[in-house]
Design a protein around this ligand. Sequence first.
Ligand code: ADP
Length: 222
Amino acid sequence: RELDDFTYVVSHDLKEPLISIEGYSKILLADYREVLHEDGHELLTSITHSCTRMKNLINELLALSRVGRLRESMTPVSTNGVIKEILDDLEYTIKQRNVCVERADNLPTVLGNRVHLVVLFRNLIVNGIKFNKSDRPVIKIDWREADSMYRFSISDNGIGIEPGYFDKIFVIFHRLRSDLRYDGTGAGLTIVKKIVETHGGKIWLDSTIGKGTTFYFTLPKS
Ligand code: ADP
């Protein structure tokens, strides 16, 4: 909890000077273009790109610390509603990438924080589409009972993950070297894991390179 508070404060404070650096670099590029050499333009452009990247990293740290800080009360949440909201939001991507989403139609109601549950399901669905080279990405969303919990699964027919990396992908800002051409910061799965764990659940995966990946996680029944 202290680490979450610390991360929150530090990330928040780091953003201010960064915004100044980015802002002044942009002013230099816009208003002093004629007095700068070509090298100067390139250096300033690099500075603004680095600022954007660092802002994204800080935003991810803030999001991660928020999961631990905000212990809002848990309420019954329909995962059917959560998935519907996410698929509506992703409509453009789904059409553009020709994605087929197969979901169980009787998805259950869990006890949780709705905002965090949307982040959890969304990250896993987006990753299944993103790390996928198929002309027809297929995302399957399913569930079953597992004692006092529900066990959900989100599968894709994407590029797959080597078993040696199953633990590493949950480490903050860890991205697989071969996947750096895909957009991202490497914080999504860390946030996903933390959300599952703050709900008292567990997360794990199964994957075959070139065939696809399935993430499993448990959430409490409502
Ligand atoms: P990001 O998506 O920003 O790279 P994540 O924390 O969501 O960060 O994922 C970490 C890494 O795990 C990714 O960079 C990718 O290498 C791998 N990964 C995550 N989800 C999948 C998936 N469904 N299929 C293949 N690789 C994945």
